[in-house]
Design a protein around this ligand. Structure first.
Ligand code: DC
Length: 223
């Protein structure tokens, strides 16, 4: 299989990371979770007491604490500097602050540079909000995943229950709607479908069906 780049974008809890991991694994490609990078910086900002509006100080944290991924049997561990933050970056405090932090142009500039370096030699499945539009506009395959807010809140609710994170369905639904709004209305590279992306509505679809739909898109494109 040619080492192409595959961009998977979409709103919160649309199933991007689950299917991106499976596709990367099946193809022997590298999976890159760009949301985890924005979450890691948000975690650091909260931990070090940076104001969430202090763009310069937050951008400086990116140079100070390199973000790295270590593959493991199921998925990957995330590190900032030497600290393992895989679970910590999924906590509600981080989730509720990440849209504000990721809207800072200086933060995006640094993280986008790192994401482009990761994909420079191809063979990457990258998920996020702006991969097809800003990070990898030349990606050979671009997918935009959507699902109803009800279904996304339901998925996040189940995920949180499994992880022992205590939140109600209604609060989760409201948080997802709020994050969708902020991510789609920020000035720099907002969440938006690329003109050449294939849109897949995953409402009512199983993970297997979504993976099959993406592979079908690849085949149609000649990959
Ligand atoms: O995919 P996720 O829910 O883990 O992403 C967390 C946040 O990071 C999301 O609400 C917006 C931001 N993000 C972004 O701005 N650009 C990306 N490429 C990925 C995530």
């Amino acid at each position: 299989m040619k080492k192409i780049n595959i961009a998977i974008d979409g709103p919160a809890s649309s199933g991007k990371s689950t299917v991106a991991k499976i596709i990367a694994n099946d193809l022997g490609f590298v999976y890159t979770d760009t949301g985890a990078m924005y979450r890691s910086i948000t975690y650091l900002a909260l931990k070090t007491g940076c104001g969430l509006d202090d763009e310069t100080a937050i951008a400086a944290l990116i140079d100070q604490y390199p973000i790295t991924f270590k593959p493991k049997e199921k998925g990957q561990d995330v590190f900032v500097g030497a600290e393992e933050v895989t679970e910590a970056i999924r906590q509600p405090q981080v989730t509720n602050a990440v849209s504000e932090v990721s809207a800072h142009p200086a933060v995006r500039k640094k993280l986008v540079e790192q994401q482009q370096a990761i994909a420079a030699n191809g063979g990457v499945v990258m998920d996020g909000r702006d991969i097809g539009t800003a990070v990898l506009p030349q990606a050979e395959v671009k997918i935009f995943l959507v699902a109803s807010v009800e279904e996304r809140a339901q998925r996040r609710f189940k995920e949180n229950q499994q992880k022992g994170i205590d939140t109600t369905f209604d609060v989760l639904k409201e948080e997802i709607q709020q994050r969708d709004y902020l991510d789609s209305h920020r000035e720099v590279s907002p969440l938006k479908q690329a003109d050449d992306a294939v849109r897949i509505d995953t409402s009512g679809m199983s993970i297997k069906e979504v993976v099959a739909a993406i592979k079908q898109t690849m085949t149609k494109k000649g990959y």
